[in-house]
Design a protein around this ligand. Sequence first.
Ligand SMILES: Cc1ncc(COP(=O)(O)O)c(C=O)c1O
Length: 384
Amino acid sequence: MPIDVTAIREREFPWTARGDAIFLDHASTGPLPERTRRALAEHGLRRAEPFRLTADDFFPTLQRARDAAAALIGAPPGTVALMTNTSHGVNLAARALPYGRGEVILSTAGEFPANVYPWIAAARERGADFRMLPLANGFPDEAAILHAIESDPRVRGVAVSWVSFWNGYRFDLDALGAACRRHGKWLFVDAIQGVGASDLDVVRANVDVLACGGQKWLLSPWGTGFCYVRKELVTSLEPKEVGWMAQPATSDFNRFLEYDPTWFDDARRFEVVTLDFVNFAAMAASLSLFLELTQAAVGARVRALVERAVAFASANEGVELMSAADPAHRAGVVALRPRDVAAASGRLKDAGLAHAVREGNIRIAPHFYNTEAELDGALRLLSG
Ligand SMILES: Cc1ncc(COP(=O)(O)O)c(C=O)c1O
């Protein structure tokens, strides 16, 4: 069912009616829906006076957040671990996935630093090579990556962002995952710029490990996120950062001293507690909105807005589209280059239009609750 934008704005984003700002910068930090603000306030109040906390405020809350994240990406039970940001998931992948001396982890130029530095550090430690293939015409060279997967026996795995933070290029994950699976390589995906904006089925795409922060498209607090590990892989990956509740032995708070270092056989083995129960209650609230609307409907709405921006650029000589020409490689981020980027950004700012400038382009990142009129207002200001 299509999203009733007017109703959702009234109910979940009442500040949009005040006209203080028009927010088109979800690739940076997403706003919190009303239900999430309520969850933060109510749970936060009980946290301030801990004698008010109930059993449900603790581990059932975390389980709701895991379940909601899993439902959003088509992950089976027991495959999602809560993490405080994307980077923890990247580090888990870089430190726990199998590769060794002389082997190659394949990536692409243009990656966000969060998906670069942990790999460089981990590869250096093991004498492996984190290789970023050059861009082709400004975009990840999927053909070259597929060719290396098929032909280079030193390649042990692939680590890419599903969606580029700066030009919005969306990988064909189904094709990439299928190639990796066929040739016995693992696939790691940084999905923070994709999940929440676009539909994803991690099982169909053969993703091995996926990391995602909650703070952008998932409209969740800072300090929230999750990591998916393919079911068959969970029990073979050793946690590198070890939490005190990563083992069933710690579940009984009356028998802490009966140490048994056997990990959980689900993804809780990768969690490092204590996590922020208040923030994860809020993340669960935000994700419930996506699950109610359905990720398919949210994705369709985001895509429609992005296509509108693309159509504007193609009809407007003074604004160049820097995102992929092929809609199959577009997601929620659209990069546009007006003749004078600084001046255009200034006009947007003066008009209260939240956007970003990334790698020399105006980055517009609309979400499902933005209106066509809001987007059009921004686009008009681009051409001056
Ligand atoms: C592709 C990508 N990965 C990761 C991050 C952030 O990582 P973290 O959640 O660890 O701050 C960003 C944006 O800030 C991003 O665009």
